[in-house]
Design a protein around this ligand. Structure first.
Ligand SMILES: *Cc1c(COP(=O)(O)O)cnc(C)c1O
Length: 378
């Protein structure tokens, strides 16, 4: 018989979810609005702190799309995006008929490289196209260098749209990811640190923008007794049933962060004797939710990230290479890229290990044993 499957990152219910879902049924709020939506938005708002306004949406991708709309991104505009990320960071730029300009990562956080960002902005500026937005991403929960990135953005007067889809619970000196930009997106997809099975949220820094986002997300219906439309809208609102799952998940968020950080610490400790394997440390003052625990593998004597991935897979353990950078994706290859080969080398040598908050000690031990065996027999 095969070993039990160990997933990369699977949903983890906290126990409180069904109460909120039941309330939705009992009150017949089985609709894209209702008390759970408001409750979930309030929970997120108080968790993030600061002066932010939440709009619960059907996905993180929808949040990025709406933010680009609110930033006035249109056909032919340039939008700067971290190259190393999930495609959902960049796809909405194309939905808006704009041009993505991709920027490399740096080694400290694996996120947007400030030097490459400067180069990208200058180049667009020279073409008379000052970028309309900058999208940094907090990959795997590690905050990007937001202080420097914000300084550069402020200098040029370009708004930041933070992709915090992987970073709920992460912060820099206690300022939460999701509160650094004019806008931020959160995701509650099934693999994220909390999930509503599918869902997301837009974080806006002004009440006005949040109101406009809500308007666009609900088909841009004007305030009239009949359906009156002056703009193109979207159907992007989160359902009240799913928001109920979100409310229960918020009660478990701190425990999820602690469990994922414990996974990382376990791997770090167990793999420290293998000199070919390294892991990303938190810079001073940075706190990562450690959404995924990743290793970097220095190829040696026939072993590399791919041999490790295959060996794990053989044992029914799911792992995945780090995100393949967007500038190397067939669909995005034609767009400008600024930087060196940092993102590319992270992709080539990096592997995400099973990281769910519901992994058992036994699961973690199996993962580590498999990797250790490879290096011992080599
Ligand atoms: C998951 C994710 C998204 C998209 O969120 P969805 O809710 O799946 O649409 C965007 N960016 C990053 C970096 C993600 O990991």
């Amino acid at each position: 018989m095969q070993n039990k499957k160990i997933w990369l990152s699977s949903p983890h219910m906290g126990g409180g979810e069904q109460k909120y879902v039941q309330e939705a049924f009992d009150s017949n709020w089985v609709a894209p609005l209702g008390p759970n939506v408001k409750g979930f938005e309030n929970d997120l708002q108080s968790y993030l702190g600061g002066d932010v306004h939440l709009t619960a949406l059907s996905s993180g991708t929808a949040a990025i799309h709406l933010a680009l709309k609110l930033l006035g991104v249109e056909q032919g505009d340039h939008v700067i995006c971290q190259s190393m990320t999930f495609s959902a960071s960049a796809n909405p730029i194309i939905y808006a008929n704009a041009t993505p300009v991709f920027v490399d990562s740096e080694r400290l956080t694996w996120n947007m490289c400030p030097d490459a960002l400067e180069k990208a902005i200058s180049a667009s500026h020279r073409k008379g196209k000052l970028p309309k937005a900058i999208i940094p991403v907090h990959l795997y929960g590690m905050p990007a260098q937001m202080t420097v990135i914000n300084e550069i953005a402020d200098h040029w007067g370009i708004p930041i749209l933070e992709d915090a889809a992987e970073a709920l619970g992460s912060h820099i000196q206690h300022r939460n990811c999701g509160t650094f930009g004019k806008f931020a997106c959160l995701s509650f997809n099934g693999n994220k640190i909390i999930t509503t099975s599918g869902g997301g949220a837009l974080v806006s820094s002004t009440r006005e923008d949040a109101n406009k986002a809500l308007f666009l997300a609900t088909q841009a219906r004007e305030d009239q007794p009949h359906y009156e439309h002056r703009e193109i809208g979207y159907n992007y609102r989160l359902s009240n049933v799913l928001a109920g799952i979100g409310r229960g998940q918020m009660e478990a968020l701190d425990a999820h962060v602690a469990a994922r950080r414990a996974n990382w610490a376990f791997y770090k400790d167990a793999l420290q004797d293998i000199s070919e394997i390294s892991m990303l440390e938190e810079p001073d003052g940075y706190f990562s939710n450690r959404w995924l625990s990743c290793i970097l593998v220095r190829p040696s004597s026939g072993l590399n990230r791919e041999t490790i991935r295959l060996a794990l897979s053989e044992e029914n353990i799911e792992s995945r290479p780090l995100w393949k950078p967007m500038h190397l994706q067939p669909i995005f290859q034609q767009y400008p890229f600024y930087g060196e080969n940092i993102a590319e080398s992270l992709f080539q040598n990096g592997l995400c290990l099973p990281s769910g908050s519901n992994l058992t000690g036994e699961d973690l031990t199996r993962v580590v044993a498999c990797i250790k065996k490879l290096y011992q027999s080599n």
